[in-house]
Write a protein that binds this ligand. Structure first.
Ligand SMILES: [Ca+2]
Ligand SMILES: [Ca+2]
Length: 694
């Protein structure tokens, strides 16, 4: 049966005073999107060091001389008993006013909680000033169940001790049906009846698409491959190519998931991998909450081999099996995880000392020479006695004077003592006596020896008949905050409290700034031009000394586009993991090997004559990609295959008695040797041997 919902909006009481403050951006089946421009009497002229009086007066705009009214908008929504209202509010441009410049008087205790103020700070129990849109409890007006919705133009910031004055609030109001068990089902088809006042009179609606007109039955998954670290923009055309109609999709239903990009632990008792939602930002160019051709969904992508912040320090990790990373688009109902926005007041921060140098980290590991034919141990250089190697690397914008740290790893490759000297640009850094086939990771501090742009790391071996390998190095050094080609990654290492970073080098466009310390907590940061003629950008943030933030500042032309978005025809959480699965004979093949030959083989093996004890033998073909999707979040990993087989034996209704793997392994997983050997089914390397006993 079709349920008809009506959302009735009533504006109380003197609604006619400001008729342009509410704009209906969008209305559709069960959704309404409104843009609210609070009509402050003098929002643009808040002079400093003056006392202002905000008055909470509902949406009454009675002009009172010398009072700056707080134009709280009150809307009334007619909500059927079986419906639930989902509110989502975002604020646009806003201005900061310090609390000591404002005093607040509440006049309307009948419908709004009194905003109790003591010394310029709101009482903790008031909901006012905490979020831009607040939904009141369910009440009845003439037997009609309704909810009150307040749009609040001023938010209190306890950290900065002051108020953000919102010049724009975009609020989406969505009705969803509520089933008996309290879960949210598909949006109910409905019609809007909009009324300006109890006396009637419809507000004309602007024509537009109907995002909620597409019904989603369960989650739909799409795989995305990312090549390098950065901000990716999933655009209209890519969604279209994947078979979606972006304009019909609710942008809130586009969820991005990610598994961490790292190799699985080979331990048998390790926890199964999980994917989690990461924040995204809907780049809605025309602000209509519809995914138009100019719009995009932004998210931050880590690289598979790169920096991770763990246990209070930055570490470089290496994924031995993958060069590219895997992210997921999940289309499902319910609001996606949104990227937060840190928006410190940029006024008054000129007085803070400005930071122009940061500690950068450079990690280089070149995988050129294989040790013992083991795919996991590659060396950059091998050196035999007596001999030396020089390794060149480039450093940009180094700020000298500061001390720097160099860490590296060397590996003994012969049964001798190895006498080694390490130097940087012909200055000796340290000497070692390394025994036999041991490995050594060491760090040395130094200052003043970094050159620009080319540096030479020297490794000299003195001992007779010995062989060593040079594995990797890491350099931590002072570097100027200078964007290269409109992009810079930088760290907050060593700074604390309110800090102002001054970045040079942004020339032709305004950058976007992201805190990318944790991929599941990526946040945008507001900034300002300290000097727009020079492209000097000021980023202000409050820093905790115990946490080394990592930031990415870049212009939009440095955003990467998602090159492939491919539909996955199964649910990532249930497909191969379902307890109802069964197979007697499991065939595990690389997707490129599916085809007539394999089909013929399956038909052949399915004949009952091969199976003395089975009248109905079950053969099943599973691709390596299906296994990766569910057991290593989409990445190539031999541990995923082992863990999948373990899962079959522990959970399936009928576990396979036979497993046939079709494909071939190679120890050159990432094709360092450029031999072009495909990695069809990866094998687990333990030292220099491949084994199934692990
Ligand atoms: Ca749009
Ligand atoms: Ca290596």
């Amino acid at each position: 049966m079709m349920k008809i919902f009506y959302i009735v909006l009533l504006f109380l009481p003197l609604w006619s005073y400001a008729e342009d403050d509410l704009v209906f951006l969008h209305s559709s089946a069960a959704k309404l999107v409104i843009r609210y421009h609070p009509q402050f009497q003098s929002i643009s002229s808040f002079p400093p060091h003056n006392v202002f009086l905000f008055e909470t007066a509902n949406c009454s705009y009675r002009p009172i001389p010398e009072k700056h009214l707080l134009p709280v908008r009150q809307l009334i929504l007619a909500v059927p008993e079986q419906a639930r209202v989902v509110i989502n509010a975002e604020v646009g441009h806003r201005t900061f006013v310090a609390a000591n410049q404002v005093s607040i008087l509440s006049e309307s205790r009948d419908s709004l909680d009194a905003a109790l103020f003591h010394t310029g700070e709101p009482a903790s129990e008031t909901f006012l000033f905490k979020q831009p849109a607040v939904l009141g409890p369910s009440i009845r007006i003439r037997r009609q169940p309704v909810r009150l919705l307040w749009l609040l133009p001023v938010l209190y910031d306890p950290l900065l001790k002051g108020f953000w004055v919102n010049e724009e609030i975009i609020v989406s109001i969505e009705m969803v049906s509520q089933t008996a068990d309290g879960l949210c089902a598909a949006p109910c088809p409905s019609t809007f009846l909009l009324s300006q006042s109890p006396a009637g009179g419809d507000i004309p609606l602007k024509p537009g698409h109907s995002p909620a007109s597409v019904h989603l039955s369960g989650a739909k998954w799409f795989r995305m491959t990312t090549q390098e670290e950065g901000i990716y923009r999933l655009d209209y055309q890519t969604l279209l190519t994947a078979g979606l109609k972006p304009a019909d999709l609710n942008p809130d239903y586009l969820h991005i998931y990610y598994g961490g990009g790292e190799e699985q632990s080979p331990r048998l008792d390790s926890d199964p991998p999980t994917i989690g939602e990461i924040p995204s930002h809907f780049d809605d160019r025309n602000g209509n909450f519809v995914f138009d051709s100019e719009d995009g969904l932004l998210f931050y992508a880590q690289s598979v081999s790169g920096w991770r912040y763990r246990d209070g320090r930055w570490r470089h990790v290496m994924n031995h099996y993958n060069r590219t990373n895997c992210f997921w688009l999940c289309l499902k109902e319910g609001p996606r995880k949104k990227m937060g926005l840190r928006s410190p007041s940029l006024q008054g921060f000129e007085k803070l000392p400005s930071v122009r140098v940061y500690r950068d980290r450079l990690f280089q590991e070149n995988e050129r020479t294989l040790v013992n034919d083991s795919g996991l141990e590659w060396m950059w250089e091998t050196i035999s006695q007596p001999g030396s190697r020089s390794i060149s690397f480039a450093v940009a914008d180094s700020a000298t004077a500061d001390s720097a740290y160099l860490s590296w790893r060397i590996q003994g490759l012969s049964e001798n003592h190895h006498l080694i000297q390490l130097s940087l640009n012909d200055h000796s850094l340290s000497s070692y006596d390394l025994g036999y086939t041991l490995g050594l990771t060491s760090t040395v501090a130094f200052s003043g020896q970094i050159l620009q742009p080319i540096n030479r790391l020297g490794v000299k071996l003195f001992s007779q008949n010995s062989t060593i390998g040079f594995d990797w190095f890491e350099l931590i050094y002072g570097r100027w905050l200078h964007a290269e080609e409109q992009q810079i990654f930088f760290y907050s290492t060593g700074y604390q409290g309110w800090t102002r970073f001054l970045i040079r080098g942004f020339s032709h466009q305004s950058p976007a700034i992201f805190d990318i310390t944790y991929p599941d907590q990526v946040t945008r940061i507001n900034w300002s031009f300290a000097d727009s003629a020079q492209g000097l950008v000021a980023v202000v943030d409050s820093l905790d000394r115990a946490r080394e933030n990592r930031y990415l500042a870049l212009t939009s032309d440095r955003f990467h586009s998602v090159a492939d978005l491919s539909y996955v025809p199964y649910d990532l959480h249930t497909h191969l993991k379902a307890a109802s699965q069964q197979a007697d004979y499991l065939i595990l093949a690389h997707p490129s090997l599916l085809g007539p030959a394999l089909e013929k083989f399956v038909a052949h093996r399915s004949r009952c004559s091969y199976w003395s004890d089975q009248s109905d033998p079950k053969l099943m073909v599973v691709t390596t990609q299906e296994i990766y999707d569910q057991f290593s979040y989409g990445l190539v990993d031999p541990v995923a295959i082992r863990n999948f087989l373990k899962w079959c034996f522990e959970h399936w209704r009928r576990a396979p008695a036979y497993v046939l793997m079709i494909g071939a392994p190679t120890y050159d997983f990432k094709d360092h040797l450029s031999l072009g050997k495909p990695l069809l089914v990866p094998a687990y390397e333990n030292g220099n041997s491949v084994s199934d006993d692990w």
